[in-house]
Design a protein around this ligand. Structure first.
Ligand code: SF4
Length: 279
């Protein structure tokens, strides 16, 4: 008992410094449970009809496969349960990881300092977060837009609670034009049942093909997307034509605090720019 007590008093520091940014340069074969995902994808490929493929993928999106939970998550601390989250890649592998305005990546520049990236912190604290996001990237890269869209609509039919919005990339970012075209095709096919939105700091990409989903422009280095979404240091003044994020500014706690999906400022194509504070 004494030993247990002593052990419980030892605090383990978060391992924020462990994972160096890869910007996508990592070995897919080393990802935990990747073979189980590959088996599941082979089963989808072997299905005899588009309906069967969509059904099988909806199973994986909702419930996962051996060694993994579902690849869609509904709601979290800041996002309401009517909103599904799908990550096209992890923060560790984000194309804009550890970039700045003066040290840009090939596709963009993140406005949040690397050490303040919540998604990256989570990948260093929770051992399953990074492998799961890497499998999400693999899934995204190996399923065509049509099957993905039909599976999302099937998930909506199967779910007992509402599924109104899809948030792409809570971690990571758009890597190339192919991500934009695929997201746009999916968004077009699942509208108006499900609205798709995202945030991106990949300002060097051509965003002209994103007309069917809402893009929150996450740096001020180019004019793209539907609105600016700015991270401001504490104490900074709010720029013109900008409102504070409803969740961030709310002093209330619990259910009264509006989450994304209840608040639609970043989901609607029209509307003001939005700002959050970097903590
Ligand atoms: S403004 Fe609304 S939709 Fe945008 S991040 Fe804040 S709570 Fe979410």
């Amino acid at each position: 008992m004494l030993v247990l007590k002593v052990v419980s008093l030892i605090t383990v520091p978060p391992l924020y410094w462990c994972m160096e940014p890869t910007r996508g340069n990592y070995c897919r074969n080393d990802v935990k449970n990747i073979d189980e995902l590959r088996d599941a994808l082979r089963e989808i490929e072997a299905a005899e009809s588009a309906e069967e493929r969509a059904e099988l993928l909806s199973d994986i999106l909702m419930n996962g496969h051996d060694g993994s939970g579902g690849y869609l998550t509904f709601g979290n601390n800041k996002i309401a349960k009517n909103t599904a989250i799908f990550n096209m890649n992890s923060a560790t592998d984000c194309p804009n990881a550890d970039s700045t305005e003066s040290d840009q990546s090939e596709v963009g520049a993140c406005q949040v300092p690397w050490e303040s990236c919540y998604a990256h912190k989570a990948e260093n604290i929770y051992p399953n977060a990074l492998p799961k996001r890497r499998r999400q990237e693999y899934l995204w890269d190996h399923i065509d837009a049509q099957t993905f869209a039909e599976a999302l609509l099937r998930v909506k039919e199967r779910k007992r609670s509402s599924f109104d919005f899809l948030r792409l990339s809570e971690s990571g970012d758009f890597r190339h034009r192919g991500d934009i075209v695929k997201a746009n095709t999916i968004a077009k096919m699942i509208a108006p049942e499900i609205d798709v939105y995202t945030y991106s700091a990949s300002h060097k990409l051509d965003w002209s093909e994103s007309e069917h989903f809402t893009v929150n422009q996450s740096n001020a280095l180019a004019d793209y997307g539907d609105r600016e979404f700015t991270a401001l240091p504490e104490g900074a003044d709010l720029p013109d034509n900008t409102v504070w994020c409803a969740f961030d500014i709310s002093e209330k706690e619990g259910d009264d605090r509006p989450k994304c999906g209840e608040c639609r400022l970043c989901i609607n194509e029209e509307g003001p720019n939005v700002a959050i504070q970097i903590h």
